[in-house]
Every structure is written in C-alpha cells, then in structure tokens.
Design a protein around this ligand. Structure first.
Ligand code: PLP
Length: 396
C-alpha cells in the first residue's frame, strides 16, 4: 500500500520503543527491570473509581460537548482558581483525550509552516515531532546538568527572531525533573513580555509531583497571562494515565480553534472519565499527597545510589519521577567488541547486560544523559542501580 508522506517527519517515541524492547525480553523469560516507564505505578485512587461507577449507573454514558462536560470544566475552572489563583472563563477551557492531545491541538491551531518554536532542552519527546508535523521549525536551546537543566532568560532572548511563534516547556520537567523557581520564571517573563507575538505553552502535567514548596504557573504573571496556554491533566498526579483526560486553558480564539480541530478528529472526551475527573480535582487530595511523598522517598533513594557510581553526574530532581544523570564519561568505552558510541548504545547495553531498561537522552535533546524512572518499588530501584553499576564497571 502506498501511504501518504505526512507521517514521514514522525519518529517513534524512544520511550515507547524501549518499553517495547523491554517487554519482548521479559516475554522471553528475562528478569527485566523497567525504568523506562512514564507513568505512576499506583492504581487510580478508589474514590475516583467509585465516582466513575456512580456516573455509569446514573447514565452518564453519552457524548459530551467537544469542549468537555460543563461540570468537569467547572471543576477545572475552580481548581485553577483555588490552587493556582488563575482566572479563566469556561469558554477558555477545553478537555481532551490526555494532555498530549491538548498540546497537539494547541500546536496545530497556532503553528504555520515556517514558524519557529523555542524548545528549552531537555524537553518532552513529543514536542519536536508535533511541531514538525505542523510544519514548524524547532529551535532547541541546550542546557546541562551544570545549570540544573534550566535555560536562562538570556539564552531564550538570543533565540527569538521575528518568526518565533511559540515556546513550549514543562515544569516540573520530563525528563530532568527540574522545577523553575519564581525568580527563574520572573526572568523568563521579563524577556517574553517584550515579544507579544509569542504564545507560551506551559505543560503542567507534573504539577502534583513537585518536591519544592509550591508550584508556580507562568500564567500567574499578569503581563503575559493573556498568551499563556496552560496544559494539564489527570494522568500523572492522580495516577489516571489510562483514563485519557487532559485539558487546556488559554485565549478564547485558541480554544475555539482547538474545538474545531478536536471536533474533526475525536469529539468530546470520555464522559465517565470526565465525571470521575470532577472527584479527582475537587475531592479529597490525601491520596495525591501520599503518592507524592512516596515518589519523593524513591527520588532520594535513587539519587543516593546513583551518585555512588563512578563517572556519573547526577543532580537532585525537584519534581516528576525521573533521574536524568549525565553519563558522558562512559561514551566511547567498549565491552568486548561492543562500542558505546552514544547514549542510545548505552541504553541497549544496559538493557542487554544489566537487564534494566532506560531511555536515551537523545530524544529529549540531551544526548549526554539517560532517563531513569523511579515509578517503581524501592527494592527494584536498589537492585536496578546495583545492576547498572556492575554493567558500567565492565566498560573499558
Ligand atoms: C511532559 C509531558 N506532557 C504531557 C504528557 C502527556 O500526558 P497525557 O497522559 O495526559 O496525555 C506526558 C506524558 O508522558 C508528559 O511527560
């Protein structure tokens, strides 16, 4: 069959590719520890599942409006006010099948071929593919472990041209776990407020998995708020990846465009998941805090073990559930005839020799790093880092 060329710019997500490889080895009977996962290992809190059951029993089983059900959008509106002190009208909010679709809606609605999009690196793997799919040009800005994987306001300013249409970033960041502080956000804002044509897409999906004192949205700066697109969802903080619910809050014209685009491809999101989402956002938050606390203990554990591996540079991630060590010390080393030319080779080496699956930093714009997820048990964290250490010791 002759397929269209439209998908030629889309490369398979490396996270999914590693997960697939790890699964294949597991199916062959190997004891693989999966650190390439991008989802909480917890099940969805029971109170949220109960709300879904009630919704189904009460006949909440029909199409919802493309924008999302009124009661869920009201729940999002009050969450944004209560937790982030952000005012959004209901017609500034659209619910989608996950934050991924929210991001794609925004990019497809705003980016024309040739428009430039600033991506502070490391960035989430899907951003560049989505931008390229829309015909946009990615302007990656490099950072390193030395700057805690954060780019400065000056670096952003240097990358802005008259074609710059958007900047996309996540804080807490997948993959680095870095969280932008109030001061760092202020500095970014002082540059961005000089460029009114730039839309700021703030991916806040890891908001609830944050070990700093407080989460701050860049939308809370009045000078730029009218062109910030807040993207969030239920997947990570509420352990609801399979429910596929995300949302976007931003300018009315954008929301209208997203409604048109989403109306074309998928319509309104799942009715039952939206009803359960009301409970997630407005109900008791103790399970959310419990999961966050467990993640923080695991973060500490993984960090303590990783920092003892010779040659590895690691920082203390302040959010999400990943460590992102710089492993460049091991590049160009070999095991027998297998030479580690890049971090992708290293990940394959670790999968085959340590039976631990990780993800190369390449796809995240940081080719000197690998991403290790600690969304797994403490025992497996300790065992996997032990195995990684042993395998790395064999590289000469
Ligand atoms: C930074 C970031 N944004 C968005 C998403 C997409 O989340 P969702 O499950 O809501 O589509 C992910 C999922 O891995 C992510 O890591």
């Amino acid at each position: 069959m002759e397929l269209s060329t439209r998908l030629d710019t889309v490369i398979e997500s490396q996270t999914l590719a590693m997960t697939k490889k790890a699964r294949e080895l597991k199916e062959k009977g190997h004891d693989v520890i999966n650190l390439s996962i991008g989802e909480p290992d917890f099940d969805t809190p029971l109170s949220i599942c109960d709300a879904a059951t009630v919704a189904m029993q009460q006949g909440d089983t029909h199409y919802t409006p493309v924008l999302g059900s009124l009661k869920f959008r009201q729940a999002i509106q009050s969450k944004l006010k209560r937790e982030n002190n952000l005012d959004f009208e209901l017609n500034q909010i659209i619910v989608s099948n996950g934050a991924k679709q929210s991001l794609f809606n925004a990019i497809m609605s705003i980016i024309n071929p040739g428009d430039e999009v600033i991506l502070p690196s490391p960035f989430w793997v899907s951003y560049p593919s989505m931008v390229k799919f829309a015909g946009g040009i990615c302007k990656e800005i490099r950072s390193s472990i030395e700057s805690d994987f954060k780019v400065s306001a000056q670096q952003i300013e240097a990358e802005i041209t008259d074609k710059t249409k958007m900047i996309i970033f996540s804080s807490p960041c997948n993959p680095s776990g870095s969280v932008l502080s109030l001061k760092e956000l202020q500095e970014w804002v002082s540059v961005l407020e000089k460029h009114p044509n730039i839309t700021i897409v703030s991916d806040e999906i890891y908001e609830k998995i944050n070990y700093t004192d407080k989460f701050i949205s860049i939308a809370s700066f009045p000078s730029i708020k009218d062109r910030v697109v807040v993207v969030n969802g239920l997947s990570k903080g509420f352990a609801m990846t399979g429910w596929r619910i995300g949302y976007l809050a931003g300018p009315i014209e954008l929301v209208k465009a997203c409604e048109k685009f989403q109306g074309l491809i998928s319509s309104g999101a799942n009715s039952i998941a939206q009803s359960a989402g009301c409970e997630a956002l407005n109900g008791d938050q103790s399970e959310v805090s419990r999961m966050r606390d467990i993640f923080e203990n695991r973060r500490n554990l993984m960090y303590e073990h990783l920092k003892n591996i010779p040659g590895i540079k690691v920082n203390v991630p302040e959010g999400a559930f990943y460590c992102f060590p710089d492993v460049s010390y091991y590049l160009n080393k070999s095991h027998n005839s297998y030479k580690i030319k890049n971090t992708e080779d290293l990940c394959i080496y670790l999968l085959e020799n340590a039976l631990v699956s990780t993800v190369s930093g390449d796809a995240f714009g940081s080719p000197e790093c690998i991403r290790l997820s600690y969304a797994t048990s403490e025992d497996l964290i300790v065992e996997s880092i032990k195995r990684i250490k042993t395998a790395l010791e064999q590289l000469k």
